[in-house]
Every structure is written in structure tokens, then in C-alpha cells.
Design a protein around this ligand. Structure first.
Ligand SMILES: [Zn+2]
Length: 184
């Protein structure tokens, strides 16, 4: 499975903006050679890169600069949503409805991941179930990042006090990853 270079660019930007160049260099030094090579060279936003590298980079960041509990991956996901807003998906946020953007998440998913599909269920006006099926690779660090992305995306679409919580996860043996998104 592969992820789009834009996601790596965003992650580099998050680390540098939040912690500075020195801390980014520290994360870089702690990576496996192949992952370090990817981040050290010029990243092309439209090229595809290994999902595993992305997952490991997030984990290294969370271990070295965070509390090693995934919360920094969640924060990176929130940053990602703003990053998207300022670039690719401006049009999706103009509608003023969290359900609109969440329902279009399949399009967003295809832009950033080359396998898997997203299913969205709408059990209420202010709740959405967001499920990821079929992607052949997964990792807790990326699940936390997606959680943060869903939460901030919902806020940016006008949902107040948004929360996104993963309640089922392939890492824990479930058939798919399910995120419950709620807002006011
Ligand atoms: Zn998961």
C-alpha cells in the first residue's frame, strides 16, 4: 500500500512548524535508513511512497517528540485538515456541513491512499460513522492521524465541539477501522 507524497510533505511541515528544524533533524536521525532517505530527499507531492514508511515516521515523531501514546499523531491529523483546507480541498469546506465533507471522504481517501475504501453512515444529524475497509496495511499511528483529521475537518466544516474516536480497529483484530464522529 502506498500514500501520496503530499501527506509526507504535510508531516514534515507539521514537525518543523511545531518543534523547529533541530527537532526535525532529531526525528530524521532516529529513522531507519530507507525512511530517512525518503524524508531527506525532495518529496514530490504527487508521487506515491510506502505506507509503512509513513506509519514509522509518525511513530518516531510521537515517540521522540510526544508522549509515545499517539496523541501527537492525532495533533498531526488536525494540522493535516488545516493543511488540506489551505490547498486541495477548499471547495469541500465551503458548504458548511460536516456531513458534506465526511460523505466526500472517499474522494479524499483515493487522493491520499492507493488501496482501501471508505464507507460513511449517517445515523443522525450530528453523528457520522466513518469506516475504512480493505486497505491491506494499517498502523495505529496512522489511525490516530485519521482520527485527528476527522475531528478538525468536522470543526472546519462548522461542527462545534467535534470529536472523533476510533471504536473498531484492524490493529486490534476488527475487520475494519471505524471512527465515530460527533459534533454540536
Ligand atoms: Zn485502525
Amino acid at each position: 500500500m502506498r500514500i501520496r507524497g503530499a501527506t509526507l510533505e504535510m508531516t514534515v511541515s507539521f514537525i518543523k512548524q511545531t518543534f523547529g528544524e533541530d527537532k526535525f533533524a532529531q526525528v530524521l536521525a532516529g529513522l531507519e535508513t530507507a525512511d530517512r532517505a525518503i524524508l531527506s530527499s525532495k518529496i514530490s507531492s504527487s508521487n506515491w511512497y510506502p505506507f509503512r514508511s509513513y506509519a514509522r515516521i509518525l511513530t518516531a515523531m510521537d515517540d521522540m517528540l510526544g508522549n509515545a501514546d499517539g496523541s501527537l499523531c492525532h495533533k498531526c491529523g488536525r494540522y493535516d485538515a488545516e493543511y488540506d483546507l489551505n490547498s486541495l480541498f477548499k471547495i469541500f469546506y465551503k458548504k458548511g456541513s460536516p456531513h458534506f465533507i465526511i460523505s466526500n471522504a472517499m474522494f479524499v481517501w483515493r487522493t491520499f491512499f492507493d488501496s482501501g475504501r471508505v464507507e460513511v453512515e449517517k445515523p443522525g444529524d450530528k453523528t457520522a460513522y466513518f469506516r475504512v475497509h480493505g486497505a491491506d496495511e494499517y498502523a495505529s499511528s496512522v489511525c490516530r492521524e485519521i482520527e485527528g483529521w476527522l475531528e478538525k475537518t468536522t470543526e472546519l466544516s462548522g461542527g462545534r465541539n467535534a470529536s472523533a474516536k476510533e471504536t473498531k480497529c484492524r490493529v486490534h483484530g476488527d475487520k475494519f477501522c471505524e471512527y465515530v464522529v460527533q459534533w454540536e
